[in-house]
Design a protein around this ligand. Structure first.
Ligand code: NAD
Length: 475
């Protein structure tokens, strides 16, 4: 069921063939699935040359024709969704329905960018003198280096591939070594759809070595990274040396504000389902719950019931609603968050421990009675932990919600139109869901503020991230 792992450079698939590499593990069993080859320096040089050549071909291809190839790739992703989803479950752990939704949404992202690439308009600015034309045109920025993590093995690469290809750029993608298989299969869809050689190249290796090597090269004009804040800062510093443009989609610690006029049970059902998706390993996962005192007991009861009802198990087993954590680092992190919470007087309402002794399973957890400066309230948990605390007033909760250096996503629930408008404005966050968790769609901008990063993926902004503006004054 698990596919063959290869690099893709200049339109050719390259296997182990004497290359270094590593084993990919199934987080549900801790057993190896396959061996992943690492790209050598010579492979990276070949990818750079191929991407330069690919850029020349692709930028000269009409947006109309680029769209046709991209749409064909998206159709192939839909045709092959079952196989790709199963590979994703095996290597990443999420349950099959979530993997399937990810593959289908990723195909939608590619479709949307294919269309939007045809609408990359410039403009004509009236000149000051008779006979002069002032043209503002959009051009592809050049060769892109993209780095993606293990939590969304197809969706995150799809955002970067979609934006770059629609803009006419070529790219070298370094996807996660821990979850490479589903991404390999997505890239295969592009190859089979007729993408010219060199336009999309896929490599794996030691992340720091690959990024440092690629970022030192003049040919790379843009970096798009999704991952943790420390790595994002490191890459931004490397990019600054070569004045390369960056999109940084980093971590978050998303507050959820539940006002007393919201329906506590309905809100708990909505937000709990969203919380435990992908075992909480989602950058926009709700991670700090502030509930107004009057509705706190009802909200907590329903939320805890929901957490208790989650079926934890192998993501390929029918009926499971939460799989294992993606790697052992997450288990260690959960234990550290929960120990800190307990040491500070926190109460574990449910969960709070690892389940079983094989596979990285951790129980859906609800924690109460913890101070705002506890670890789980101040550092991104990236796991199935839900700390729930109370608040009294609007101003107080806004101050507490905005008190961290994160600013990716935030959520609020209220039945008052006035409060809805006020909280949407007041939260310092790149995305705010008010009575909604629908903050990530192909056609809307996705990105953070403060230390959560800069730039957007998705929406026209996501296309703009791969374009440069050129002004031509023609007399
Ligand atoms: P990490 O910081 O070591 O790695 C995060 C990602 O960055 C991985 O995919 C890794 O391969 C890549 N990476 C690491 N160093 C790199 C480098 N020098 N150059 C290029 N890529 C590099 O941490 P981790 O243990 O994998 O994940 C832990 C934390 O990362 C989480 O707690 C979360 O904060 C963050 N994270 C965020 C997202 C997101 O969607 N924004 C996704 C995954 C992880």
């Amino acid at each position: 069921m698990y596919g063959n792992l290869e690099l893709f450079i200049d339109g050719k698939w390259l296997g182990s063939d004497g290359r270094k590499g590593e084993d990919v593990l199934n987080p549900a069993t801790e057993k190896p699935l396959a061996h992943l080859p690492h790209a050598s320096k010579a492979d990276l040089d070949a990818a750079l040359e191929a991407a330069k050549k690919g850029l020349a071909v692709w930028r000269a291809t009409a947006a109309y024709d680029r769209a046709k190839i991209m749409r064909k790739a998206a159709d192939l992703m839909r045709e092959r969704y079952d196989a790709i989803s199963k590979i994703m479950v095996l290597e990443q752990g999420k349950v099959y329905p979530e993997a399937r939704a990810e593959v289908i949404t990723s195909a939608d992202i590619i479709d949307w960018y294919a269309e939007e690439g045809r609408r990359s308009y410039g403009r004509i600015v009236p000149g000051r003198f008779k006979g002069t034309r002032q043209l503002v045109v959009q051009e592809p920025i050049g060769v892109v280096a993209a780095f993606t993590p293990w939590n969304f093995p197809v969706l995150t690469p799809a955002r970067k591939i979609g934006g770059a290809l629609a803009a006419g750029c070529s790219l070298i993608l370094k996807a996660s070594e821990e979850t490479p298989g589903a991404c390999v299969e997505m890239v295969r869809c592009f190859a089979d759809a007729g993408l010219p050689p060199g336009v999309l190249n896929l490599v794996f290796g030691v992340p720091a070595e690959i990024s440092e090597y690629l970022l030192s090269k003049d040919a790379i004009r843009k970096i798009s990274f999704t991952g943790s804040i420390p790595v994002g800062k490191h890459l931004a510093a490397l990019a600054a040396k070569g004045m390369k443009r960056t999109t940084m989609e980093l971590g978050g610690h998303s507050p959820v504000v539940v006002f007393a006029d919201a329906d506590p049970e309905k809100t708990a059902d909505t937000i709990a389902a969203f919380k435990y998706r992908n075992a909480g390993q989602v950058c926009i996962s709700p991670t700090r719950f502030y509930v107004q005192e009057d509705v706190y007991p009802r909200f907590l009861k329903r939320f805890t019931e929901y957490a208790n009802g989650i079926k934890v198990g192998d993501g390929l087993e029918r009926g499971m609603t939460m799989g294992p954590m993606a790697n052992s680092r997450r288990i260690d992190a959960m234990e550290s968050f929960v120990n800190d919470a307990k040491n500070r007087g926190g109460k574990i309402q449910t969960g709070g421990k690892r389940r079983g002794n094989q596979g990285y399973f951790y129980e859906p957890t609800v924690i109460t009675d913890i101070p705002d400066d506890s670890k789980v309230m101040t550092q991104e948990p990236f796991g199935p932990l839900a700390p729930v605390v109370t608040f009294k007033t609007f101003d107080e909760v806004v101050e507490r919600a905005n008190s961290l250096e994160y600013g990716l996503a935030a959520y609020a629930f209220t039945t008052s139109n006035t409060t809805a408008a006020a909280i949407g404005d007041a939260l310092e966050s790149g995305m705010v869901g008010v009575n909604s968790v629908m903050i990530s769609t192909p056609e809307t901008p996705f990105g953070g503020v403060k230390e959560s990063g800069h730039g957007s993926e998705g929406g026209t902004e996501g296309l703009g991230a791969y374009l440069i503006t050129k002004f031509i004054s023609q007399a």
